[in-house]
Design a protein around this ligand. Structure first.
Ligand code: PMT
Length: 411
């Protein structure tokens, strides 16, 4: 079981009947070594008192965004920066909806919006509220953003119904919080270089060769690596994706540009993740003027683009190397043959084509390394990114020793 020693957990309690179990959760987190602070929504204060949360955590519990004394020192930002992990337990349908919409209308939603820390949500509500498409869509939005959900469980409810919607057992929530907080420093001390998105190879001033990559997977990896404590350099082809917090982004257009930017940055990095869909070929000649349309067929001569991943692999003392394989069939087999042909430490094989693989879609992957492999089932790209970061840390042997050492230094 993961330890919570010296981890700072911000426990947000919202107004479900399950709020009566929040003091027990706070106590359990504290017993495992965590320093716990609590925030209660207005609804939660109708069910349990801030004084009770103060008694079990040893720190005053906040309830309001517009608290003059606390906000004199920008208390909501201080709380957002303080937390190694934010746990919302119980999380009502209303709180989940606010998070999904990115609202900042009370202290809980504002702190969550301002924080980079991993967010763990333990829903608790009536079974019909839970199964309502609105709640399910809101939860799907949160998962796509990398939020972890624990529960809800099936069972008897305060309203007399029986079904899914009970808040999970506090020991289960505490274990999930330990795992999430653990992740927050897994790559501390590492510098990660990531390529993302497509490249564009110009034909003439108005046309280019490219592909469907949106940058979503590479940007999700950058966000997950930064959340795991790494310094992250992201070399991005043309994409509308939004730069994640704490990530340094370098925009490029062509494969040649991407190679140059990667080679500039690779000497400083300890992990290189090649997620970009680099155009394999570029026009052999660039036409300075726009090529005129004609009714006859045209021929476009192509030359191979530089292989960026192979160039990094050829360097003396290369970093830990992760390649991607975008395949339309035999994903596992082709990922394994790329592992050998490219001489890398890990390959993430993912299926593309027929609407799969590109953009803001759920995906699945076969991750292979020498002597092993793991299938990651259908999930949102931020969740796949989170699992990949965990696997990279495991394969590099970055464990709890590094984690605790850096953790105590950080405090
Ligand atoms: O951006 P999204 O819309 O989220 O889509 C994500 C993705 C499908 C693009 C991503 O998950 C993915 O699979 N990226 C790699 C796509 C690819 O180009 O695969 P490949 O089999 O052609 O290349 C194998 C590896 O070599 C990749 O790590 C690639 O980055 C690298 N490569 C390829 C060609 C080249 N000239 N230089 C390279 O470094």
């Amino acid at each position: 079981m993961n330890s919570l020693a010296k981890k700072r957990i911000l426990l947000c309690v919202s107004g479900s009947v399950a709020a009566y179990r929040a003091p027990e959760l706070a106590r359990r987190l504290g017993e495992q070594g965590a320093e716990v602070r609590a925030i209660l929504t207005e609804g939660a204060t109708k069910l349990i008192s801030p004084l009770l949360m103060q008694a079990v955590t040893g720190a005053s519990a906040r309830t309001a965004l517009w608290d003059e004394a606390a906000e004199a020192a920008m208390g909501h930002i201080e709380l957002a920066r303080w937390a190694d992990c934010i746990v919302i337990a119980p999380a009502t349908a209303n709180t989940i909806a606010r998070l999904a919409r990115g609202e900042a209308c009370d202290l809980v939603s504002t702190v969550c919006l301002a924080a980079d820390a991993p967010l763990l949500v333990a829903p608790a509500m009536n079974r019909n509220m839970w199964s309502h498409p609105a709640t399910q869509e809101n939860c799907a939005i949160l998962r796509r953003r990398g939020v972890s959900l624990v529960g809800p469980d099936h069972g008897g409810q305060a309203c007399g119904d029986v079904g899914e919607g009970r808040m999970s057992d506090v020991s289960e929530i505490a274990a999930a919080a330990a795992e999430a907080a653990d992740r927050s420093l897994r790559l501390a001390g590492q510098r990660v270089l990531i390529t993302a998105g497509p490249t564009r190879e110009p034909i003439d001033p108005v046309r280019y060769l490219s592909n469907h990559s949106s940058g979503a997977m590479g940007f999700a990896l950058a966000a997950a690596a930064a959340r795991a404590g790494a310094a992250v350099d992201l070399v991005a082809g043309p994409t509308a994706a939004v730069t994640p917090p704490k990530v340094d982004r370098f925009d490029v257009v062509t494969a040649e540009d991407m190679l140059a930017e990667v080679m500039r940055r690779v000497p400083d990095c300890s992990i290189f993740i090649a997620c970009a869909a680099v155009a394999d070929y570029a026009p052999a000649r660039y036409s300075q003027s726009k090529q005129k349309r004609s009714d006859s067929a045209v021929r476009l001569d192509l030359r191979p683009s530089p292989d960026i991943l192979a160039s990094v692999a050829k360097r003396p003392n290369p970093p830990f190397l992760v390649g991607f394989a975008a395949e339309t069939e035999d994903v596992q087999g082709r990922a394994r043959s790329k592992l050998d042909s490219k001489g890398v430490d890990m390959v993430v094989g993912n299926q593309v084509g027929g609407g799969r693989g590109f953009g803001d879609v759920e995906t699945s992957a076969w991750v292979v390394w020498k002597g092993g492999g793991k299938r990651i089932g259908q999930c949102a790209k931020p969740e796949l990114a989170r699992q990949l970061v965990d696997l990279i840390a495991q394969r590099m042997g970055l464990g709890k020793v590094a984690l605790l050492r850096t953790g105590s230094q950080a405090r």
